[in-house]
Design a protein around this ligand. Structure first.
Ligand SMILES: Nc1nc2c([nH]c(=O)n2[C@@H]2O[C@H](COP(=O)(O)OP(=O)(O)OP(=O)(O)O)[C@@H](O)[C@H]2O)c(=O)[nH]1
Ligand SMILES: [Mg+2]
Length: 312
């Protein structure tokens, strides 16, 4: 019998099409969970890097050649048949014609609007992460004024906005959240707010964002569709995972006026903090602009969280 302490290393890839749809495949007859839907991929063979395994698996299963892919989420899951460490990649470009070489079905899917199922049990957080955009815009009305932010939101509403106004009292925050929501949500964007969850009840938002201090003091997941958290180190990262958070902010990557007295992580430091991988999508934060997106992807981030950089 296979020892349960042995971990099977697996790589799986999400092909991201230009229109934002992603690819799922059905598991062929004869494998565990036949008929379930999954991201194409498979076991990493001895001597292979995860990226090499990804390229081989995509070629073996679908006949295509992966050209550009970046590491994304890592998740350990205990199945009856094995304990697997799943390394998910996002695949941005590929060549060749699709051939279903294992007799499987494939389906291009819109994030948040799945039409096939059931999914492999380990894949829930990955599907939710696919609904998050590359850029998270963070408000700083206390620095640049509400007018600048509201005008920018009206002109080009971002796909996700985090309201963060540390000096605001409850009433003021509620009013500003409503103003932000009125500009962002009709365009299909998400609104999160960084505050005591009790302050946010009944407001037109999609989620709550927890500061690290609030996260550490929390003993149950707040009742919002989305829960995000700021983390700096491993302890907070683990707490957020245990709480069932949906995304993290990790920084600061570059120098920023928000933290003038502490050294930035740099991209290597950012990646290091995710060293054993993270099952949640992580936005890189601190002194960044949208020009940093490629670096963020290359270092395993979901994308970039921009404060001042979002409103320039
Ligand atoms: N490919 C893939 N495997 C996944 C996903 N999610 C997930 O839990 N797994 C698990 O990862 C393990 C390895 O996947 P696999 O069966 O595709 O392996 P493989 O292509 O090398 O097939 P083989 O066993 O015929 O050589 C399975 O236990 C599977 O249940 C996913 O999204 N994609
Ligand atoms: Mg496979």
């Amino acid at each position: 019998m296979r020892s349960m302490s042995k971990i099977v290393d697996v790589v799986a890839g999400t092909l991201i099409a230009a229109d934002g749809r992603f690819l799922l495949g059905s598991r062929p007859e004869g494998k565990p969970y036949a008929g379930y839907w999954e991201f194409p991929g498979g076991k990493i063979e001895p001597g292979e890097t995860p990226f090499e395994a990804l390229r081989r698996e995509f070629h073996e299963e679908l006949g295509i050649t992966v050209e550009a892919a970046t590491p994304w989420l890592t998740k350990v899951h205990v199945y009856e048949h094995a304990t697997v460490r799943l390394r998910f990649y996002r695949v941005w470009s590929w060549t060749g014609e699709f051939e279903m070489r294992e007799g499987q079905d494939i389906a291009w899917q819109v994030p948040g609007e799945l039409t096939v199922g059931p999914m492999l049990p380990a894949n829930g957080p990955i599907l939710k992460a696919l609904e998050l955009p590359a850029v998270l815009a963070i408000t700083c009305a206390h620095e640049i004024g509400e007018d600048v932010i509201l005008a920018s939101l009206a002109e080009a509403p971002p796909a996700a906005v985090l309201v963060r106004e540390p000096g605001y009292q409850m009433e003021e925050l509620a009013r500003f959240v409503r103003e932000v929501s009125a500009r962002v949500r009709p365009a299909g964007g998400k609104v999160f707010a960084n505050a005591d969850p009790a302050w946010l009840e009944g407001l037109p938002i999609d989620g709550v964002h927890l500061s690290e201090a609030r996260l550490m003091a929390m003993d149950a997941r707040p009742d919002f569709e989305w829960v995000g958290a700021s983390v700096h180190g491993r302890e907070a990262k683990e707490k957020a995972e245990a709480l069932g958070a949906d995304y993290l902010l990790l920084g600061h990557v570059k120098p920023t006026p928000t933290h003038p007295d502490s050294a930035p992580l740099g991209w290597d430091g950012f990646e290091c903090r995710l060293a054993e991988g993270c099952p949640l999508p992580v936005y890189a934060l601190g002194g960044l602009s949208s020009a940093d997106l490629a670096d963020a992807y290359a270092h395993g981030a979901q994308g970039v969280a921009l404060m001042r950089g979002a409103w320039q």
